[in-house]
Design a protein. Sequence first.
Lengths: 542, 331
Amino acid sequence: MMRVWMVVAVLAFACDPPDRGPRWRAAGNASPQPGGTLHLATKDTVKTLDPSIAYDEHSFLPVHAMFDTLVDYAPGSTELVPRLAERWEASSDGRTLRFWLRPGLVYADGTPIVAHDIITSLERALTTADSPFGPMLVELEGAQAVLDGKAAHLAGALAPSERELVLHLVRPNAAFLHVLAMPFTTPQRAEHVRAAGEDLRRRPLASGPYQLAAWDEGQALVLVRNPHHADPARGRIERIELREQLSRETQFLMFERGELDAVERPSHPDLLWVTSQPAWAPYVKTQPGLNVYGARMNVRVRPFDDRRVRQALNYGLDKDHTVKLLAGTAVPAHGMLPPGVAGRDDALAAYPYDPDKARALLAEAGYPRGLDLDFVTIADEEAEKLAAAMHGDFAAIGVRLHVSVVSFSTWVSVVGKPDGPPLSFASWIADAPDPASFYDLRFHSRAISGDSSTNDSFYANPALDGVLDAARGEPDPAARAALYRRAERILYDDAPWIWNYHQAMVDVIQPYVRDYAPHPVWGRDYTGAWLDLDAHGERVSW
Amino acid sequence: MVSPRVASPTKVGRAAAPTAVSRLIARRLGWAVVTAWFVVTATFALVTAVPADPAKALLGPHATPEAVERVRAHYCLDEGVAGRYGCWLAHVARGDLGESYASKRPVAELIAARAWPTVQLAVAAILLQLAIGVPLGLVAAARRGRWQARAVSIAEIVGLSAPSFVVGSLVAYVFAYRFGWLPIAGYGDGLHDRLRHLVLPAFALAAFGAMYYAGVLRTELSSELARDYVRTARAKGVGERGVLLRHALRPAAGALVALIGTDLGVMLGGAVVVETLFAWPGLGRELLQAILAVDLPVIAGGVMVAAIVVVTANLVADLALLWLDPRLRDR
């Protein structure tokens, strides 16, 4: 009997949760201290460190830390600031951009960074077959010719001196500066690219605050401070260790045990728990993301060719319920643009949840007894949960939703086909905090083509095309924002999407990680953070 | 003409056994190649039947039609199933397995990097299955009808019913998170650290097999214990422990050896769930990622290696059986 009780006692102890507040605190240094090692993890693998190829969020963390660009975003903001460039000027017709590089810039190996190295990068993006970035440069003169293999060099990019770069655009484009903040435009020395060859994906020549120290692919990547980097405000932490392929749940357990210093997007149960703990609450850092989630409809296919049906589905979805399902980390969406992006009309509210109005609109459109719809979504915990919510909401307006779950790969392959699923899950994560990055590829009629349309609603509206074209070339920010508000209104009324929500980025950090919050564009950007440790570089217990 | 070897009846037994063994090896290796080819071809057909386009999967929702076309042409994805298959075969003929669409890493290098962690996990799990399963099977057989045998039966039911992710999550929670005795996840550096990281995933992977082995061994031992030779041994005064360990265990172990062969083959193909749960950088997790991303060269390379490993592991198990039971050599 004694033995049984001992077993019960051990089991009870094992299952009894330990004290789960933070175990360590900030040491209390008044000013940022250099040094220390930051332990992070990622759910997936880092695929490549070649800036001309890297495009996924997991590769972006090391890539952004290693590669500086002409322009960048200010800490915690979407405002463009000079980075490698000391300054820049746009010509009066908006078609020429002239940049002056800072003096004394060098790579991690001590060799100088020159303006022509940026042209090398632009040309690499255009000539590397599997670079996703080439098409983003077609606004540059001569880029299309290089892309088509008709020219070897980019006619619209010139380096009159080692510190001067001139870019000629085919037409004025106010959004082009955002392209130059993307890591693929980082300077790349041609000799290094040639010497590294196929190995470039794991032999980066850093120009940013960090450089690669080690990479055991699929397991861990280690960055250390680039000693040649001149900006003292970036790269304060000495070493960043990024462990790969740890599930969110495992990451959170390791975080609580102090094996990780920060976690990104905990699973909903962990998130609900951590936000409910007063001891942890100050260390939950959120930031609206550049994204929108919902469902897209092929507006050329019945019944979605009738605007009343599309509007009815928007009225029939309870967005507040969605936000609750997402553990409060989202805001309802009324269109593509999340809060904080210029051109968003904050006075416009999301379609209210109004089942009566939805039913009336459906009846008006000829479906008084409701209708059956197929809905394709992706195999993802969140997306499946939302499909279930949508199924329930739509049942209340007489729409019987038949949900199919497919892999991301299948979904991304079929939605852009004219004969693909007419109604499916939709998401859009913009490349830049600029309205053009949300609209042009999604709703301009130019983006409808063949069987891989990025405008997968197949929505073509000359009025919208006109507004988007005018806005792209508009140099005055206020006038441009006004044009995008018009675009938003047109889309709101025509409802080619069922807009659901904008997801926030949520990170939980240890109390000694200072000056960190997810960046609106870069997400996990630790280049400005520091570790508040004691004089021996150790963590201080509570 | 009559061979002098065959003419001598005393030499038949000794000479025939290695011939049968080498014929078995040759036949099985031949089959390994055919099986690998068949499995890879079937995999190609299956992956192509899915409407997922590797180019779109690689580039994501932002990809313009031009970018998609470029990637399709670059990886000969625009030439239909036959074209893709031909491209892959051309790589194999050149002695490499192509490069991953997603990471551009050579597939042979990628599989080689993932194979060693998988081997360690599989071997550790098999050893654990034996270390736990064999003693439990022996206890259950020796103490038939007593509380020890009933306790083993209960443990078997629990072990066989609990999926590896449940066992894995539970041991990770208790021994890693709660008590902090072992790491929660990862691979570790150096022998000591690696072994510490290996314990929990190996246990999670072995829990089912250990209980299965215990059950199989109990059944086999029970039938062996009822045989005449056991009665003879007992009559000669051999103690129960001697009967069990020296007489009954060897013939009863044949079934376990066959199981080990199959298990080793399956585990060396990668243990997706356990590898994912414990962030163990093995083949299974890599293959799963490749399947989700329609990364054809990785899928084909991984499946080919897994098929060869399964066939080879079964061959090794058969050879071990021949060693254990000489009667089989003449069949």
